[in-house]
Design a protein. Structure first.
Length: 227
């Protein structure tokens, strides 16, 4: 585990939501690849890096274990979960089912307020992409989908997506890091938005499926190291 440059991990203050801050810092370190899959999470080291107590670190690790970002391996203790292609493929399969259905339902139900929120979310996503801000881009992408699920009335489906969000974000970080793609992620999002705003559920579902098919192939190549 990379123990250099700890200043950006350290929490300067001790606010009420200290655990939430610790969880967020560790989550981002895992998603960005700073803490690679299989890396041991040593409590004492994390206490020094984050500037928090061991109890806070333990709580944060338990929380991230529930998200699937951390695994406990016997005597080795907690380690960053390894993200391999078989697991990633299952995540993409789940996303195809839930996101395509939500986009189709959103296209059927979208009113002017929904269209305005969706276009604003798309603009925020584009700005984050142009500014080269990976953390904000991941957040903007999540918000874009949240608008779709909320407007579709698929709140239970969104809860499922949220439980997978840590692992989804790890995969997004992989796909966003590559320039080898025929259609950019933002172009895919534009197609999804346009289909929803045109009240075309079939086109919306197809746009989601095309986007996830491309993203899945990029992830497969990266995780398997195959052409």
């Amino acid at each position: 585990m990379d123990q250099t440059h700890d200043a950006d991990l350290r929490i300067a203050h001790s606010p009420t939501k200290l655990r939430e801050l610790a969880v967020d810092r560790l989550r981002q370190a895992i998603i960005s690849g700073r803490f690679a899959g299989g890396s041991r999470l040593v409590e004492r080291t994390l206490c020094d890096q984050l500037g928090v107590s061991r109890s806070v670190v333990r709580e944060a690790i338990r929380y991230l274990e529930a998200e699937g970002l951390v695994e406990t391996q016997g005597r080795s203790g907690p380690v960053v979960a390894t993200l391999d292609w078989p697991r990633a493929r299952q995540i993409y399969d789940i996303r195809r089912l839930l996101e395509a259905a939500a986009a189709a339902a959103c296209a059927t139900r979208a009113d002017e307020g929904t269209k305005k929120r969706l276009r604003a979310a798309l603009d925020a996503l584009k700005l984050s992409f142009e500014n080269g801000q990976p953390d904000r881009l991941l957040g903007a992408t999540t918000h874009f989908y949240q608008v779709i699920f909320d407007a579709a009335g698929h709140d239970i489906a969104w809860e499922i997506v949220q439980r997978l969000n840590g692992r989804i974000s790890r995969l997004r970080a992989i796909t966003l890091a590559t320039s080898d793609r025929s259609v950019s992620g933002h172009a895919h999002m534009q197609r999804i938005c346009a289909a929803i705003c045109a009240h075309d559920p079939e086109a919306a579902a197809a746009a989601v499926n095309d986007h996830l098919r491309d993203a899945a192939e990029i992830a497969r190549i990266s995780l398997e190291g195959q052409p």
